[in-house]
Design a protein around this ligand. Structure first.
Ligand code: NAD
Length: 420
């Protein structure tokens, strides 16, 4: 490799857009991943994430990008960024297996003068207490003397047309000033507003604060949606009114639960750490979890009530689910609340079908779900239609006119009575 060389470890939803931004900024980029089939498909010009097209991958390849499974590439890098998954393991505990494995591979090949940056979302202390010792032990080098080390959380907003890597301010905190400066030097090539932080733990905590903030506020409106329905108050109209306040309020909307890689998972990293280190609960997170996790059952109960009003039991009814991804207008199904909704409806005897312009195939633990391709006739024939994700291609006014029963969990249907 020549010029400025970066290796991005993990070529998923976070690592691949980062690789693209660095390649466009003139860096020679290597994408290191353990999944050989993914590496092969990237090298043949094929994308697997929503935000990048096959054309984007081909452009990256023309700019010198290559994917590889060979960690030896780290030895030839000025900067190494780790973007591997941080899921939950047994009993909801953080699973840092990928971060540790990636750190070991990086450490085995680390050369003096390299900057290592962790981007994976994780609990405070991971960069300094977990990644650093692994890197030092595997390389025989000393952080802060032989190499620089920083944490910089990803703030990607999948599917957003407004915010991308360049115009989203990016936090970066090093183990020392030199490390922070090195991280700012790297990201400053393609991020308009790099934000230096005083330390790795504060940068790690800032990311978890952002996600916990969303989690808690979504729980707030979900809980309000339930009692407003019983009090015959239109929660959507209340939210519309409150949102006109130009200060001190931020709009969140109810829904069937929380999904995606971040909100259902990341706050657990913080609550686990608080409980583990301090012995007491992070009550806001635990309450938010309880409320948000109750939403699929609430949706199922509402469908059952609506059918009951039409003298039909849920058992034996045909229920059509519209939109099964975790967010509108993207194909990502990770942690989508559509899954528990469908499982609960099926467990109560309903026949489930789904329609989603972004999803070709969808299966649950209890088996495959039939996909409907003719939206209009599927909506007409179903006993009840549940809008779980209001993709912009859905004309909810038109669909509400032909559906026998519609429950819109996203509040876009014209008739307030049809909304969650
Ligand atoms: N997806 C998002 O919107 C988002 C947003 C902000 C932060 N994050 C965080 O970023 C991190 C990565 O998430 P993602 O969505 O990109 O995950 P992903 O599952 O899309 O991609 C991760 C990639 O890492 C690879 N991988 C796993 N272990 C590896 C190892 N030891 N060495 C090399 N490659 C390895 C996998 O094969 C996969 O291709 C997580 O910590 C996540 O919480 C994600």
């Amino acid at each position: 490799m020549s010029g400025k060389r970066v290796t991005v470890v993990g070529q998923g939803y976070v690592g691949l857009p980062l690789a693209q931004a660095a390649a466009r900024a003139g860096w020679t980029v290597r994408g290191l991943d353990i999944t050989e089939s993914l590496v092969n498909s990237l090298n043949s010009g094929s994308s697997h994430v929503d935000d990048l097209s096959d054309g984007d991958i081909r452009e990256m390849l023309e700019n010198g990008y290559r994917a590889t499974t060979d960690p030896g590439i780290v030895a030839d890098s000025d900067v190494v960024v780790i973007c591997v998954p941080t899921p939950l393991g047994d009993a909801g505990a953080p699973d840092l297996g990928a971060v540790k494995g990636a750190s070991r591979n990086v450490g085995d090949n680390l050369r003096p003068g390299t900057t290592v940056i962790l981007e994976s979302t994780t609990y405070p202390g991971t960069t300094d207490s977990i990644v650093r010792p692994i890197l030092e032990e595997a390389s025989g080098l000393v952080a802060g003397e032989d190499f620089t080390l920083a944490y910089s959380p990803e703030r990607i907003d999948p599917g957003s047309r407004k915010y991308g890597i360049r115009n989203t301010p990016k936090l970066m905190g090093g183990i020392d000033d030199e490390s922070t400066r090195a991280a700012v030097g790297f990201y400053g090539d393609f991020v308009d507003d790099p934000v230096p932080m005083h330390g790795t733990r504060e940068a790690e905590t800032a990311k978890l604060l952002e996600n916990t903030f969303r989690h808690v506020n979504i729980a707030l409106v979900n809980e309000m949606a339930k009692f407003c329905k019983e009090l015959d108050i239109d929660i959507w109209e209340a939210i519309r009114g409150a949102s006109t306040k130009p200060f001190g309020f931020m709009k969140f909307t109810p829904g069937p639960g929380v999904g995606g890689h971040c909100i259902p998972i990341d706050p657990n990293y913080l609550s686990y750490e608080v409980r583990d280190k301090l012995g007491y609960p992070f009550r806001f997170v635990e309450l938010a979890q309880e409320i948000n996790n109750s939403m699929p059952r609430y949706i199922t109960d509402r469908v059952s009530e609506l059918l009951n009003e039409h003298r039909k039991p849920l058992n034996g009814s045909e229920v059509l689910l519209l939109g099964v991804t975790y967010k509108a207008n993207i194909a990502d199904q990770r942690e989508s609340p559509a899954r528990p909704v469908a499982e609960l409806l099926r467990a109560r005897g309903a026949t489930i079908r789904f329609h989603d312009p972004m999803v070709e195939q969808w299966s649950l633990d209890s088996g495959e779900i039939s996909r409907e391709s003719d939206l209009d006739s599927a909506v007409r024939s179903a006993d009840a239609v549940v809008v779980l994700q209001a993709h912009e291609t859905y004309d909810l006014t038109g669909l509400a006119n032909v559906a026998k029963i519609m429950l819109d969990t996203r509040g876009k249907a014209p008739d307030p009575a049809a909304r969650l």
